[in-house]
Design a protein around this ligand. Structure first.
Ligand code: ADP
Length: 477
C-alpha cells in the first residue's frame, strides 16, 4: 500500500505530468467555459430578441385597436390584417380580448367569442401588470395590456403565442457545430501538450541515461542536446564534467603506471645484482661488498620514492590535514638552509640568504619546509659546481614571497609547464644520478596550493632558474 502511494506521489511529482496538467488546464478550462457561456447566451439572446420584436408589433396592434375603437366595433379590417400578418410572419397566434374577457379576435379562429380567464390576462386587465411573458415549454406567451396613455384601466388585452422551437433548433445547431469544433480543439491541445511535455522532458531523460552510462563505467559519453539555452548549458556543463573526470581517470592511470615503472627499475637492478651474486660461487669478498653496496643504494632509492609518494598523498587537496601555526618564516628558512649547507658545500656551491624583513605567517611548518627544501635541493642539484643559490624572503601587507634563484642549467622553455607534473624529469639520467624521483616539484606545488599560494618559475637554459612562491600571511581555510 505504502509502495503504491509512493509511486503515485512519484508520478505526480514528475515534471512531465505537471507540465501536461498545467497545459491542459490552461488550454481547456477557458475553452469549456467559453463554450458554455457562448451557447447558453446565444439561445437566450435569440429568444429575447424575438420577444422584443413581438412586443413592438404588439404595441403597434394595440395602438391600432385603440385608435380604431376595435373593442366597440370589430369591423376594422386593418387590425385583423395586421394581426394576421404578424401571426403569419412569426408563425404564431394572436388573440385580442376585451374588458369583459371576451375573445374578439383569434388568428387561429378557434376561440372567437369565448371567454378567456387566465391569470396573465386578469393581471394585465386589472393593471397590476402591463405585460406578462411566460415560457410554456416550447412556446412563449406574451400578454400585453391595451390601454390609452395615462389610463388606469385596460381597454383589453392582446395575447401573442409563438413557438421557440425554430430558435432552439438554430441554437442547437450552433451548439453542435461549436461542440465539434471543441472536440477538435481539445484533441489538438491534448496532442500539443503531450508533445510539448515530451519535448521538455526528453533532455532530462537523455541526461539521466548518460549519468547511468557513466555509473556503469562507460566514460565515452558526449551529450549533444539542442533546444532551450538552459538545456544547452546543462549539456555543456555535463560534457565539461565528463572531460574533467576523464582527465582525472587518465592521469590516475598514468600515475599508477609511472609508480610501477619507477619502482620496477630499482627492483630489476637488485634482481640482476643478487642473481649474479648467487650464480658465481667463491667470488672475491671485495666484489661481494661492492654488489651489496649497489643493492643497498637501490633499496634506498626505492625507499625515497615511497617516502615521496607518501608525502604526496599527504599533500592531496582532498585529504590533507593542515596544521597551521603562526611561525617565523625567517627561522624556518635559516634552519632549512643550515641542513642543506653541507650538500652545497660538497660541490662548492654558495648558498646566499637574504631576508628583507622579519615575517610571521600562518603556515603548516612541515609542508612548507618540504616545499622550499625541494626547491633549494633542486637548485643545488641542477647547478654547476662553484655556482650559487640565492634565497630571498620578502613580504607586503597580504603575502610573503620566497624566491629560490640558482646559477644552474636552467629549464628549456617548452617544458617549463611540465616540470610540476608527477614523475616529469627534463634530464632523466641526471635526475636519477642525483637521487631525484621526479616528484619534488609536484610535492612543492601541492604544498604551496594547500597554503592558498602560488608558485611560478622563470628560467633560461644554461643561465639559471628562479622559483617564486607567494603565500598569504593569514591562512584562508
Ligand atoms: P627530480 O626528483 O627529478 O628533481 P622534480 O620534480 O624536483 O624532480 O623536478 C622535475 C624536473 O625539473 C627535474 O628533473 C629537472 O629536470 C627540472 N628542474 C627542477 N628544478 C630545477 C632547477 N632549479 N634547475 C633546472 N632544472 C630543474
Amino acid at each position: 500500500m505504502k509502495h503504491i502511494i509512493h509511486n503515485i506521489f512519484y508520478f505526480l511529482r514528475s515534471m512531465k505530468v505537471q507540465v501536461l496538467s498545467i497545459l491542459i488546464l490552461v488550454g481547456l478550462v477557458p475553452l469549456f467555459l467559453l463554450f458554455y457561456i457562448m451557447t447558453d447566451t446565444y439561445e437566450n439572446r435569440l429568444i429575447s430578441q424575438k420577444i422584443d420584436e413581438l412586443q413592438s408589433y404588439g404595441t403597434v396592434i394595440s395602438n391600432q385597436v385603440l385608435a380604431s375603437g376595435y373593442f366597440l366595433n370589430q369591423d376594422v379590417p386593418e387590425v385583423d390584417k395586421e394581426a394576421e400578418q404578424v401571426a403569419e410572419v412569426y408563425q404564431g397566434r394572436i388573440l385580442l380580448v376585451d374588458q369583459d374577457l371576451k375573445v374578439l379576435k383569434d388568428t387561429y379562429g378557434l376561440e372567437d367569442g369565448k371567454t378567456m380567464i387566465s391569470q396573465e390576462v386578469i393581471q394585465c386587465m386589472r393593471g397590476t401588470k402591463l405585460r406578462n411573458i411566460n415560457e410554456l415549454g416550447d412556446y412563449i406567451q406574451i400578454t400585453l395590456s391595451i390601454r390609452e396613455t395615462m389610463a388606469f384601466q385596460s381597454a383589453g388585452v392582446i395575447i401573442m403565442t409563438f413557438s421557440t422551437k425554430g430558435l432552439k433548433q438554430v441554437a442547437a445547431d450552433v451548439r453542435q457545430r461549436v461542440f465539434v469544433m471543441m472536440v477538435v480543439i481539445t484533441m489538438t491541445i491534448l496532442l500539443i501538450s503531450v508533445l510539448y511535455a515530451q519535448f521538455l522532458t526528453r533532455p532530462l531523460k537523455t541526461v539521466t541515461d548518460s549519468i547511468q552510462d557513466i555509473s556503469r563505467g562507460d566514460m565515452d559519453v558526449q551529450l549533444d542536446m539542442k533546444g532551450f539555452s538552459e538545456i544547452r548549458s546543462i549539456s555543456d556543463s555535463f560534457n565539461h564534467m565528463i572531460a574533467v573526470i576523464q582527465n582525472q581517470e587518465n592521469s590516475r592511470q598514468e600515475f599508477v603506471s609511472n609508480v610501477s615503472h619507477e619502482l620496477k627499475t630499482p627492483l630489476a637492478s637488485i634482481k640482476v645484482l643478487s642473481d649474479s651474486l648467487l650464480s658465481q660461487r667463491g667470488m672475491p669478498e671485495d666484489l661481494y661488498q661492492e654488489f651489496l653496496v649497489d643493492i643497498t643504494e637501490e633499496i634506498e632509492r626505492m625507499t625515497k620514492i615511497i617516502n615521496d609518494l607518501l608525502s604526496m598523498v599527504k599533500m592531496d587537496r582532498n585529504t590533507a590535514i593542515m596544521n597551521v601555526e603562526n611561525v617565523s618564516i625567517n627561522d624556518l628558512l635559516e634552519q632549512l638552509l643550515k641542513r642543506l649547507r653541507p650538500i652545497a658545500a660538497s660541490r662548492n656551491i654558495e648558498l646566499i640568504y637574504e631576508s628583507y624583513r622579519p615575517v610571521m605567517a600562518d603556515v603548516d611548518e612541515v609542508k612548507l619546509t618540504s616545499a622550499i627544501n625541494n626547491l633549494v635541493e633542486n637548485a643545488i642539484k641542477y647547478n654547476y659546481d662553484e655556482g650559487w643559490v640565492r634565497i630571498t624572503l620578502n613580504a607586503d601587507h597580504k603575502f610573503f614571497y620566497i624566491t629560490v634563484q640558482d646559477s644552474g642549467v636552467g629549464i628549456p622553455e617548452d617544458v617549463q609547464d611540465n616540470v610540476f607534473e608527477r614523475f616529469y624529469r627534463v634530464d632523466k639520467a641526471r635526475s636519477r644520478d642525483t637521487g631525484g624521483t621526479g616528484l619534488g616539484l609536484a610535492i612543492a606545488r601541492s604544498a604551496v596550493l594547500l597554503h592558498r599560494g602560488s608558485i611560478k618559475l622563470h628560467s633560461k637554459e644554461k643561465e639559471g632558474t628562479t622559483f617564486t612562491v607567494r603565500i598569504p600571511l593569514n591562512y584562508i581555510p
